[in-house]
Design a protein around this ligand. Structure first.
Ligand SMILES: Cc1cc2nc3c(=O)[nH]c(=O)nc-3n(C[C@H](O)[C@H](O)[C@H](O)COP(=O)(O)OP(=O)(O)OC[C@H]3O[C@@H](n4cnc5c(N)ncnc54)[C@H](O)[C@@H]3O)c2cc1C
Length: 421
């Protein structure tokens, strides 16, 4: 029923349930929705939209309507308990890490983080080796004697606890270091990248492959330098529930903003009326204009979840399949969240392929090529003359962001808007 007010929260299989938070959330929008009641309309309840909503409500008492076309908040960070009671990430595994003090302080207002330290293994012909490739991986790949010799040479050449791109290994003109570089290129990078991006070897940018790192050391954490990392103590969705829980914020789910918004060169119209408030738009710009200049290309992922009758399937959160299988990686959520569910675990396989606009697929990864950026800039140009129309986020900016990066951008945009008022 449009405009039906809900008690917020999500339960098994992502269905709504009662929850302890007071955030205002409504499914659909009623006929008497009056844009003029709001000082800002935020499109999208992911990080970009939710951070702006909270900041603007708190920073200058703006009344905010958040329009979200999915039936849940939290964007691609959304998580929920599946039928087996395992907390899973619907849109792929999300691991929080940041160097940004402000981002961390902001997020820790809404959640505590566990001290989870992410580790990734590559399954190379059945052997699980740490990536980035490190001391232990060398021994596993080349055997104890040769592996230790290669490692000593790496330490002597580059020093310990250094991340060294394979192009630097090759530049030393040492056959053994070149052998390490070739091994890593073939077994960690090449097939995985071909699967992930649908490319043939000659289509892979040599500069990108040269940047593949070897870690000269024993630390097998994926983000060894990040001072802040972990998983939200409860869940990402709970983090968003708290962020959006503010007297001046109303969230409307199952509402596609394109049904309400019209843009021309000089005006933003909402529900057919000129709108003078701020619009924070976190959706895709090509969609907003009906793809009339062409669709922005993306890669998408098919995510296949499977619940197994066992305590644990693999030793770490993520195992990359870098030389075999059609899928790129397997995630086991309990290994990341630390959740205890005896006798059950849920894993997820990711299959990467080209995104087809209008097919209901989720656009995940932008394809960062000059012709795509040029097309994006043509769409962006169309909204550049609208001072109250702000674009922020991975879709609206057509760029890859980690969670901390998008929070930082949303904080910056909010500062700008608050300072102008
Ligand atoms: C597979 C995968 C794994 C990732 N893992 C990590 C990780 O481990 N660590 C990390 O830091 N980052 C990770 N990320 C990145 C992270 O997902 C993004 O940084 C984050 O989701 C960006 O937030 P956002 O608000 O810009 O976009 P989104 O989360 O996509 O939110 C945008 C929201 O806008 C809504 N919307 C769009 N158009 C409309 C419309 N017309 N009307 C109404 N609503 C609309 C969408 O439904 C969506 O909910 C990962 C990304 C992917 C794809």
């Amino acid at each position: 029923m449009p405009g039906k007010k809900l008690k917020r929260g999500y339960g098994k299989s992502g269905a709504f349930r009662e929850s302890e938070y007071a955030m205002s959330i409504t499914k659909g929008i009623s006929q008497d929705f009056a844009p003029s009641r709001y000082d800002a309309i935020v499109v999208g309840a992911g990080y970009a939209g939710s951070v702006c909503a909270r900041m603007l409500a708190e920073g200058c008492n703006m009344r905010i309507a958040v329009l979200e076309r999915r039936d849940h908040i939290a964007g691609n960070a959304y998580d929920y308990e599946d039928e087996a009671g395992v907390l899973v990430h619907k849109y792929g595994p999300h691991i929080y890490h940041t160097f940004d003090e402000r981002v961390h302080q902001f997020l820790t207002r809404f959640t505590e983080f566990t001290d989870y330290q992410h580790k990734v293994l590559a399954n190379i012909n059945g052997t699980l080796m740490p990536v980035p490739f490190n001391h232990k991986s060398l021994v596993l790949a080349f055997g104890a004697e040769k592996g230790e010799r290669l490692y000593s040479k790496l330490v002597m050449t580059f020093g310990e606890n250094k991340k060294v791109p394979i192009m630097e290994l090759r530049a030393k003109n040492d056959p053994e270091l070149a052998e390490v570089a070739d091994y890593v290129y073939e077994n960690v990078f090449l097939h995985y990248t071909m699967k992930q991006w649908g490319k043939t070897p000659d289509q892979i940018d040599p500069a990108v492959m040269g940047r593949v790192p070897v870690f000269v050391g024993d630390d097998d954490r994926y983000f060894p330098q990040a001072p802040y990392q972990g998983m939200p103590a409860q869940s990402y969705t709970a983090l968003f529930e708290r962020m959006l829980d503010h007297d001046l914020i109303e969230v409307f789910l199952d509402v596609d903003a394109r049904d309400l918004l019209t843009i021309d060169d000089t005006n933003v119209m909402v529900c057919g009326q000129p709108y003078g408030g701020e619009i924070i738009y976190t959706g895709a710009l090509d969609e907003l204009f009906g793809l009339d200049l062409g669709a922005l290309p993306y890669r998408t992922l098919d995510m296949q979840f499977e619940t197994l009758d066992m305590d644990q399937f693999q030793p770490v959160g993520t195992v990359n399949y870098t030389v075999s299988e059609d899928f790129t990686r397997i995630t086991e959520f309990k290994n990341m969240t630390g959740q205890v569910v005896p006798g059950k675990t849920t894993i997820m396989r990711e299959y990467s392929h080209a995104y087809e606009p209008g097919s209901g697929q989720t656009p995940y990864y932008v394809i960062n090529e000059p012709q795509n950026i040029k097309l994006y800039e043509q769409y962006r140009e169309r909204v550049s003359g609208l001072p109250n129309f702000h674009v922020v986020g991975r879709l609206a900016e057509y760029r890859y962001y980690d969670m901390d990066g998008v929070v930082a951008s949303a904080l910056d945009l909010s500062d700008e808007i608050i300072n102008q008022r």
